[in-house]
Design a binder for this molecule. Sequence first.
Ligand code: ZN
Length: 157
Amino acid sequence: MISIELERDNKAAIDVIPNECPYCHKSIGPVLLGNNSIIGGIELIYQCPSFPCQRAFIASYISFNNYAFFFQKTNIGEPKETSFSEEIREISPLFVKIYNESFFAEQYNLTAICGVGYRKSVEYLIKDYLIEKQPAQKGKYQEQIFRELYKRRRFRF
Ligand SMILES: [Zn+2]
């Protein structure tokens, strides 16, 4: 446990100091700016020391005895984006867009939506790859994907 100084000369012990800024996503040792007591825990206000970010963020901790606090999460900040190779970005820009929108949904804990989005992104990647390899078959692949999507909708709704 790590001992920290709180306002009004109080002390607390925390298990973890966040080591990634939720805004710039760099590996950091944040600066503790303040704290706020909440029922069953504490919120610590940190600042990213990385220039030019220097954003403040809140880390939430829970406690069972009001002395030892256990890290739960930081506020979300800016969602991360997954980067793909130039080859994939050129073959299927829609895959990259849908994948990253799904990744954003996952980071906001929208797990029911992100699963559907990831699957859809892979379908676009496969279709675009097949069209890239066999451009003469473009219509056939688009029709197959459309038929497949239509079938799924018919049975689900
Ligand atoms: Zn930062």
